[in-house]
Design a protein around this ligand. Structure first.
Ligand SMILES: Cc1cc2nc3c(=O)[nH]c(=O)nc-3n(C[C@H](O)[C@H](O)[C@H](O)COP(=O)(O)OP(=O)(O)OC[C@H]3O[C@@H](n4cnc5c(N)ncnc54)[C@H](O)[C@@H]3O)c2cc1C
Length: 230
């Protein structure tokens, strides 16, 4: 079943009412794929309820959650290293449908955007049952909460870099590291997210052997990536 709420508030209320049986529907690239965790669940369509625009407001860059990864690449307003992160999604077809909100909401440890957004100290405008809240991306990624992400907000002048290590452009990333304005952020497959002001953040994670590579390999990459930098 697909719910068609007419306001974001209604969408959040539906999700709260059926926490185990619903997911939000944005671009649908994950919800509608075979083997998705959304399989068998009802969809709450948020298309039309949340912005799909990228604009500057009061000196901040506001990226509507329904913007696609390709919208980031195409926008003249988006910092270069965030475009690089969006381009980690190698398939144009997927990049053109997958939304920024959907990518962050999945809280994947090989997320295209998570490390770069955390390094950029981006915040999320969230619609919750208690009203609108703004929270750092890193805080959202570590909680299990299910608000609607309405927008990503960051400093448009931010510069930095992001690097991805994976067997191929289309396979799961072993590791994605980013740095901006003195903030380091790291996502490691099987290990999660680390964010901090020191390049030593790699020490806080526990590394796993898995299909993306051995634990020692990933630990080595995580250690040297901030030393090598750009
Ligand atoms: C073959 C394949 C390979 C992939 N590989 C990678 C990869 O290596 N790295 C990576 O990062 N991603 C990967 N993805 C995932 C892809 O990035 C996501 O499918 C996409 O970003 C999700 O965006 P969407 O708009 O399509 O979300 P949807 O499929 O519409 O939704 C996905 C989930 O996000 C939630 N959601 C969506 N929008 C919001 C919102 N605004 N607020 C709150 N929750 C929301 C929904 O509840 C839903 O559970 C892959 C996907 C596929 C199909």
């Amino acid at each position: 079943m697909i719910y068609k709420p007419t306001t974001v508030r209604e969408a959040v209320a539906l999700r709260a009412e059926h926490p185990d049986d619903t997911v939000y529907l944005a671009g649908g690239t994950d919800d509608l794929r075979l083997g998705s965790e959304a399989a068998g669940k009802d969809l709450i369509d948020i298309n039309g309820l949340v912005s799909d625009k990228i604009e500057e407001k009061d000196g901040k860059l506001v990226i509507g959650a329904l913007c696609t990864l390709q919208d980031l690449v195409d926008s003249p307003l988006v910092p270069a290293f965030l475009k690089d992160a969006a381009k980690f999604c190698a398939s144009f077809e997927k990049r053109n449908a997958a939304t920024v909100g959907g990518n962050l909401a999945l809280r994947r440890d090989d997320s295209y955007l998570a490390a770069a957004m955390c390094a950029a100290e981006a915040t999320l405008l969230l619609a919750t049952a208690e009203g609108e809240k703004e929270r750092p991306v890193a805080e959202f990624l570590k909680c299990g909460c299910t608000p609607v992400i309405e927008a990503v907000i960051l400093d448009p002048a931010r510069t930095g870099w992001v690097k991805r290590f994976g067997n191929t452009a289309a396979s799961h990333a072993a590791l994605i590291a980013a740095q901006s304005g003195g903030v380091c952020a790291l996502t490691v497959h099987g290990s999660g997210l680390a964010v901090g002001s020191s390049p030593d953040i790699w020490e806080t994670l526990e590394y796993q052997d898995d299909l993306t590579g051995g634990a020692d390999y990933k630990k080595y990459l995580a250690k040297i990536v901030f030393e090598q930098g750009r």
